[in-house]
Design a protein around this ligand. Sequence first.
Ligand code: CDM
Ligand code: ATP
Length: 316
Amino acid sequence: MTAAAFPPGDGPRPDQTQSVTVRVPAKVNLALSVGPLRPDGYHDLATVFHAVGLYDEVTATAADTLALTCEGEGQADVPLDATNLAWRAAELLARTVGRTPDVRLHLTKGIPVAGGMAGGSADAAGTLVACDALWGTGLPREELHALAAQLGSDVPFALYGGTAMGTGRGEQITPVLARGEFHWVFAFAHEGLSTPAVFRELDRQRATAKEEVAASGVDAELLRALRAGDSTLLGAALRNDLTRPAVSLRPDLQATLLAGRDAGAIGTLLSGSGPTCAFLAADAVRAATVAAALEAAPSVRAVRRALGPAVGAHVL
Ligand SMILES: C[C@](O)(CO)[C@H](O)COP(=O)(O)OP(=O)(O)OC[C@H]1O[C@@H](n2ccc(N)nc2=O)[C@H](O)[C@@H]1O
Ligand SMILES: Nc1ncnc2c1ncn2[C@@H]1O[C@H](COP(=O)(O)OP(=O)(O)OP(=O)(O)O)[C@@H](O)[C@H]1O
């Protein structure tokens, strides 16, 4: 854009002061069924994503060159260079629409880093939405979805939020009928866990056991529980195929899962590839009891409570 395109006057050029902030939720996988390893190195998945009220925020401000800063949960472990998914998202969108990625990105993290709650993916989705708004590119949602899928399997869902089925490698999203609100408690671990390492451990365990790997699929019981908004049924139907490999890599996760169950959670779940553990409580009072018990568990670094479902990436 040239200077002539701006309205006359002595004030600052609008594109140098303009900022867009986007809030993006974390996710848990209410079901995570992992099918066979595909030739491209990904696993065929059937998952039910559920967005929860723990958020990262991405602020995009017009600048001379691409720059990235970060504060909040786990900031010391967040790369601030071209390996950051937010940086890659800005570059990808700019390349797609044929412009330079002249934007300063600031991440305010509430989602644990390498926690299995799709924090980096949330930042990538938030950056796509923020830069789209800042640059006025106005890409249709399907095009943003296609860019999101290039950045990572979990990125498209962060655009939508709510509760949705993920298939393919997780990037194909279909809404799921879900009623009501669910009370969640999250136990953050002392250290993160690498997603590829957990998938590799699953493959190793399956090969050792000479298991026939079934096609991925989601139990009808879980979908019924969501349709009915029944948290007790939902608690009983939670399932994650990555639990066994994650616990084998990080045995103290078993203590965390048991601590939440013993405190009265109606459902316990490893979040994605872990190590965050998620607990479903019957109501807000019971969620507080579960949270208090987890605060005292040595295997737990921090505890958060949140409601689900939450809305997807949105401009504040
Ligand atoms: C565990 C989940 O969080 C569940 O939603 C996702 O499957 C992981 O999604 P993500 O972190 O966005 O993963 P990507 O960045 O796409 O892939 C990272 C690595 O995870 C493994 N991966 C991921 C997705 C998938 N369907 N199969 C895989 O085996 C692969 O080793 C891949 O190289
Ligand atoms: N914006 C970002 N925020 C956090 N980590 C990032 C980001 N961009 C890149 N990373 C790198 O990616 C790794 C995984 O981080 P992330 O927080 O996305 O994991 P995760 O939540 O377990 O992912 P998922 O649940 O999608 O598998 C980190 O260890 C970090 O090095």
